[in-house]
Design a protein around this ligand. Structure first.
Ligand code: ATP
Ligand code: MG
Length: 750
């Protein structure tokens, strides 16, 4: 459960405490007239979330009282969405139409009580008679009809004797009520239309205000949670149940604020217009804010749940920045998905002094992520790099490949430019380059050459051709009115991108980080072996606010400050000095140096930690990752820990007291409690285990439990070493010293 109780949970707890209800029953009651959107996700999270927090139940109920707009395909989409988000509604989906008979009986009861009448005014007259906010309404002369006449007319309405709109059934409440909704609200209307479930059985349909409260009551709902626009309908809700004497454990309505997101539209009706108008490819178009759209694009359910949790539940409507949702998916994928190399706009590079070929072993995950797995990247004389990563006449802050500036090929060698080849139009078509044999990435690099960035590349012969679909905001306007605000460039298809072969042959995952490009997802519909298609889920950083930012006034979401893909807006002089110091003197990699240099809070925090402990690389990593993440949620002054304590934490790792996995755990604790790392380690018994005599028995056990993998390993699948190491680390709760485990496992499996 979320730690901060919202007002709805407060109400629910009070109702349980006072004994008002024995069990909490909520419902998610969509009308099946379109695909659900992220606003519905919020409602789903609230209704199913509350039910599960208080060991109650949440019904999924299709509010199908309007035969002309509803359809089973929408029912299926709604079920899919709830399931995908990870919630369960029990054995059956409910339908308001299942209660049509009961609701009809309640209507007759109201007529018999003199509390409802058949009105025969036209729609316009009804509106006119209702009055205004300042003027009382006027009751229709038909309100004087006798019980018998009302019963008779209502029966004939039901039997189909009248045309649409000829009569309606209305509650007899108060034509001068301050709440205009209470001025004799409509309860039933005539609709000669085929209903997707009840067929032609009914030609009168209950209105929302009548059907909803009764369906809630019939289902034994305790808390009927809806959005704010129904606030004024609450009086009708109560009136119907009170008047009918439905008092025992009756439901009550509570309202919360609707979710709105900028740069999109959010009502099913408007989304339907886009789908029917062909502005998008269907309800699951990855640019739509529908659950099906997010799912197809590659969002994870976790990211959506997190988002709903973060935005909270309020009583005032507000617009949420779509950047916040994008932050949630980045945050979720950052440590989960493999990182691979893909070139979107290939530029040929020939490395003239390289002969033969080799395979470079490269991990799928960076060292600070506790996940294993690696692949071989083929390297050869003929490669492709991103066209953007080379500039012949670069501006001052260009860190990538130029005629004067060497660059590192990610995971591989440093190359420098020898010659730029152009076609007749002056377009660069090839770079002739040279590599430095002693510059291979990692500890093999003895070249001493400093570069400012590492770029993605693929080997020409082995790379696979893939289709990439890049999405931008569907609307160019922050609060779009409609079709006229559509962003004409919201979809960009690249047919001939090149990807390293392991992504296709290994298929280590369905989601990837294409290094320096963003997060991508195997399109669940169009991907085939012949034509692999990837959807861009989200970029590595918030490129949109950079693009459109005209003034400095709007605070940017902090999220992007930690996301770096190598190229950003120019640095100030001061930032450049810092960057040079960090990258050249302290030896930080250029991404980390860049992040620090550009963020004043981070760099001053870093400097302070550095003044206590001389371990620039480890400190930089924790500041750029962990500390930055905290700073996303709060001001620097609100942090529970200080730079000295972070230095102390890094020192604990340095001197082998704790493993780097445990360091993360200690950090979480520091962030929450503000306690000293040494204290936390002692109190929780987190000291690293390096003693082989303690680790060996665990290794034996894991080897005994996994004979198949042992067999595969011995048969040559050396990748499984990571598996065994991972299992041992897991068995010790992350406390074992990874290096020791690695050595011991390798020795044992020989
Ligand atoms: P739409 O206008 O998109 O059709 P709706 O309110 O008519 O939305 P329903 O299908 O009736 O949608 O909604 C089912 C539930 O989801 C309702 O309880 C509704 O209040 C809730 N809901 C709909 N849109 C949002 C939103 N943007 N934010 C939060 N909850 C929402
Ligand atoms: Mg609606």
């Amino acid at each position: 459960m979320s730690e901060n109780k919202d007002f709805l949970r407060t109400i629910v707890e009070e109702d349980l405490k006072s004994g008002k209800y024995k069990e909490i029953v909520t419902r998610f009651p969509p009308e099946p007239n379109g695909f659900p959107h992220i606003g519905h996700a919020k409602s789903i999270c609230i209704n199913f979330g509350i039910a599960s927090d208080y060991h109650g139940h949440c019904n999924l109920r299709m509010d199908d009282t309007n035969p002309t707009t509803e359809d089973t395909k929408y029912v299926e989409a709604l079920k899919d969405a709830v399931e995908w988000l990870g919630f369960e509604w029990g054995d059956n989906v409910n339908f308001t139409s299942d209660y049509f008979s009961q609701i009809h009986d309640y209507a007759i009861e109201l007529i018999k009580m003199g509390k409802a009448y058949v009105d025969s005014l036209t729609e316009d007259e009804i509106r006119e008679y209702r009055g205004t906010v300042t003027e009382a309404g006027k009751r229709s002369k038909y309100a004087e009809r006798s019980l018998e006449e009302n019963l008779n007319l209502f029966e004939r309405m039901k039997n189909g004797e009248f045309k649409n709109g000829e009569h309606v059934l209305r509650a007899k409440i108060d034509m001068s009520a301050a709440n205009m909704k209470m001025r004799d609200p409509l309860l039933y209307r005539i609709r000669h239309a085929h209903h997707f479930r009840t067929g032609d059985k009914w030609c009168i349909y209950p209105m929302y205000d009548f059907a909803h409260c009764l369906s809630d009551y019939i289902e034994g709902v305790s808390h009927s949670i809806c959005t704010l626009e129904f606030e004024n309908n609450r009086d009708i809700y109560d009136w119907v149940l009170d008047t009918l004497g439905l008092k025992v454990s009756r439901p009550y309505q509570h309202e919360f604020a609707r979710l709105g997101i900028n740069y999109t539209v959010m009502s099913k009706r408007k989304l339907l217009e886009l789908v029917e108008g062909g502005q998008v490819s269907g309800w699951d178009d990855p640019r739509l804010p529908t659950i099906a759209g997010y799912k197809r694009r590659g969002y994870t359910p976790e990211s959506i749940l997190n988002f709903c949790d973060q935005i909270g539940i309020a009583k005032a409507n507000s617009m949420v920045d779509v950047a916040q949702l994008e932050f949630c998916i980045r945050d979720d994928l950052n440590t989960k998905v493999p990182r691979v190399l893909c070139v979107l706009e290939p530029l040929k590079v020939t490395i003239e002094n390289y002969e033969g070929s080799e395979e470079i072993d490269a991990p799928y995950y960076p060292h600070d992520i506790p996940k294993d797995g690696s692949r071989k990247i083929p390297f050869s004389k003929n490669i492709y790099i991103e066209r953007d990563d080379f500039m012949e006449n670069p501006p001052k802050d260009y860190f990538r490949f130029t005629p004067e500036q060497p660059v590192r090929l990610r995971h591989a060698y440093i190359i420098s430019c020898k010659e730029v080849i152009k076609d007749a139009n002056g377009k660069i078509i090839e770079i002739k380059a040279e590599y430095y044999p002693d510059s291979k990435s990692g500890s093999d690099d003895t070249s001493g050459i400093k570069v400012k960035s590492a770029i993605q590349w693929v080997s020409a012969a082995e790379a696979k051709k893939v289709e990439i679909r890049l999405y931008d905001r569907l609307f160019k306007d922050e609060a779009p009115e409609g079709v006229e605000d559509i962003n004409p460039d919201s979809l960009h298809i690249i047919k001939n991108a090149l990807i390293e072969p392991a992504v296709i042959t290994d298929k280590p995952d369905e989601r990837f980080q294409f290094e320096r490009q963003g997060y991508f997802y195997v399109d669940p519909i169009d991907y085939t072996d012949e034509n692999p298609v990837f959807n861009k889920i989200v970029g590595l950083k918030d490129s949109w606010s950079k693009k459109t930012k005209v003034t400095e006034s709007a605070p940017e979401p902090q999220a992007k400050k930690v996301q770096v893909d190598g190229e950003v807006a120019p640095m100030s002089e001061a930032q450049k000095t810092l960057f040079d110091k960090y990258s050249l003197e302290l030896g930080l990699n250029s991404e980390v140096a860049n992040t620090l240099a550009r963020d004043e809070h981070l760099s001053s925090f870093y400097e302070e930690a550095l003044s206590v402990l001389n371990n620039p690389v480890a400190l930089a990593n924790i500041v750029v990752n962990e500390v930055a993440r905290e700073l996303k949620q709060m001001q620097a002054s609100e942090l529970k820990f200080n730079a000295k304590q972070i230095a102390e934490l890094v020192k604990l790792v340095d001197d082998g007291t704790i493993s780097s996995t445990i360091a993360k755990q200690v950090f979480e604790e520091m962030a929450m409690s503000g306690e000293n790392p040494t204290q936390i380690v002692e109190a929780k018994g987190l000291v690293q285990i390096s003693d082989p005599s303690k680790i060996l028995p665990i290794i034996d056990e894991i080897i005994a439990k996994n004979p198949d993998n042992v067999h595969k390993f011995k048969a040559g699948n050396t990748k499984l070493l990571g598996f065994f190491v991972g299992q041992v680390l897991k068995a010790t709760g992350g406390k074992a010293n990874p290096q020791v485990v690695n050595e011991l496992v390798a020795r044992k499996l020989k």
